[in-house]
Design a protein around this ligand. Structure first.
Ligand SMILES: NC(=O)c1ccc[n+]([C@@H]2O[C@H](COP(=O)([O-])OP(=O)(O)OC[C@H]3O[C@@H](n4cnc5c(N)ncnc54)[C@H](OP(=O)(O)O)[C@@H]3O)[C@@H](O)[C@H]2O)c1
Length: 273
C-alpha cells in the first residue's frame, strides 16, 4: 500500500526509482536482499516491506522477528557501506498506548505485541547501522487492505456494525505520508521521525466519517463498542497518537485526516457529494 505511493512520489519528483519486491527481494533471505542493494548502489533505500498482519504475527513470531526485525540489520549495513541513506518505516504500535498524550520521538517504546516488538527490533538495528526511522500510524490509501476499504465495503452492503471507540490514533493517508517520507529522504534526515495526518479520532469516529462520506447514516448503521467486546489476538494500544511536531516544524505539517479521507474516498468513487 505505501510502497506503491512512494514509487509514484519518487517519479513525480524526477528521482530514478528502483522498486523491489518479492520474489527477488526477499526479507527471508536478507543476505541476498542486501546484495541487491549493493548491486543497485542507490543514493537512498526506503524500507517499507513488512509482515503487516498484526494478529497473524502473534502466531508467527519467529517469522515476524526475522522479517520485521533481524532482516533490517544487513540491509541498513549494506546501505551505509554504499553511502546510501536508509529509512526504515516504523509504527505507532511500538508504544503501549498508556501515556495519555501523543508520543514524541524521544518517548520510550514499550510494544505489547509481537508485531510491535518485531518492528522495534528492526528500528534499533536500522539506527545502529546509521539509518533513520519514520513511524506512521493508521495507514489508508489505494492499493492495499485498510480500515477505510473494509468499512466502505461493509457499509455499502448495508451491514450494521459495532466499532471500538476506546482506541484512539491518527489516521494517515499513504499519499501524504509518501510526500513526507520523500522530504525526509531528500534531506537525509537522521534519527527518528513521526508522520501522521493532522488531528486524531477513535476507530468508531473514523468509521462514522466514512459512513458520512458515503452519504449513509452513521447513527443507524454503526454502534460504538469497547475493546473488551471485540478481543483480537494482538492487543491494540488504547492511545497510540504520534506527536508529529518535529516534522511539522522542520518540514511541513500534513493536512487534517478528514480532508485526506475525503480525497481518498473521492479517488475510490465512494464519496457521495
Ligand atoms: N498499515 C498500517 O496501518 C501501518 C501503520 C503504521 C506503520 N505501518 C508500516 O508501514 C509499512 C507499509 O505498510 P503497508 O500497510 O503499506 O504494508 P502492506 O501493504 O502490507 O505491504 C507490505 C509489503 O511487504 C511485502 N513483504 C512481506 N513479506 C516480505 C518478505 N519476506 N520480503 C519482501 N517483501 C515482503 C508484502 O508482500 P506480499 O503482499 O506479497 O506479502 C507487501 O508488498 C510497513 O513497514 C508497516 O509496518 C503500517
Amino acid at each position: 500500500m505505501l510502497g506503491q505511493r512512494l514509487v509514484e512520489q519518487g517519479w513525480r519528483r524526477a528521482h530514478h526509482v528502483i522498486p523491489v519486491d518479492l520474489p527477488s527481494f526477499d526479507l527471508g533471505n536478507p543476505k541476498e536482499a542486501a546484495a541487491i542493494i549493493r548491486a543497485e548502489a542507490p543514493e537512498a533505500v526506503i524500507h517499507t516491506a513488512a509482515l503487516t498482519d498484526v494478529d497473524a504475527c502473534e502466531s508467527r513470531s519467529d517469522e515476524a522477528m526475522a522479517i520485521n526485525g533481524l532482516a533490517l540489520g544487513p540491509l541498513a549495513k549494506a546501505a551505509h557501506e554504499m553511502g546510501a541513506y536508509f529509512l526504515a518505516i516504523g509504527t505507532d504500535y511500538v508504544f503501549d498506548g498508556e501515556k495519555g498524550e501523543p508520543y514524541t520521538v524521544d518517548d520510550q517504546p514499550n510494544p505489547q505485541t509481537v508485531y510491535g516488538g518485531s518492528k522495534l527490533l528492526g528500528e534499533s538495528l536500522a539506527l545502529e547501522a546509521g539509518g533513520a526511522v519514520a513511524r506512521l500510524s493508521w495507514l489508508f490509501g489505494p492499493g492495499g487492505g485498510n480500515f477505510v476499504k473494509t468499512m466502505a465495503g461493509l457499509l455499502s452492503e448495508g451491514k450494521d456494525l459495532k466499532v471500538v471507540d476506546d482506541q484512539i490514533g491518527r489516521p494517515t493517508f499513504t499519499r501524504d505520508a509518501a510526500a513526507a517520507i520523500m522530504d525526509l529522504t531528500e534531506a537525509r534526515a537522521p534519527g527518528i521521525w513521526h508522520i501522521s495526518n493532522g488531528g486524531w479520532t477513535s476507530w468508531y469516529g473514523f468509521a462514522c466519517a466514512i459512513a458520512e462520506g458515503m452519504g449513509l447514516s452513521a447513527d443507524e448503521q454503526i454502534r460504538p463498542c469497547s475493546t473488551k467486546e471485540y478481543p483480537r489476538p494482538a492487543a491494540r494500544p488504547a492511545d497510540s497518537r504520534l506527536d508529529t511536531s518535529l516534522l511539522d516544524k522542520q518540514f511541513s505539517a500534513l493536512q487534517a485526516w478528514p480532508d485526506a479521507l475525503t480525497q481518498y474516498m473521492e479517488e475510490e468513487g465512494w464519496l457521495v457529494k
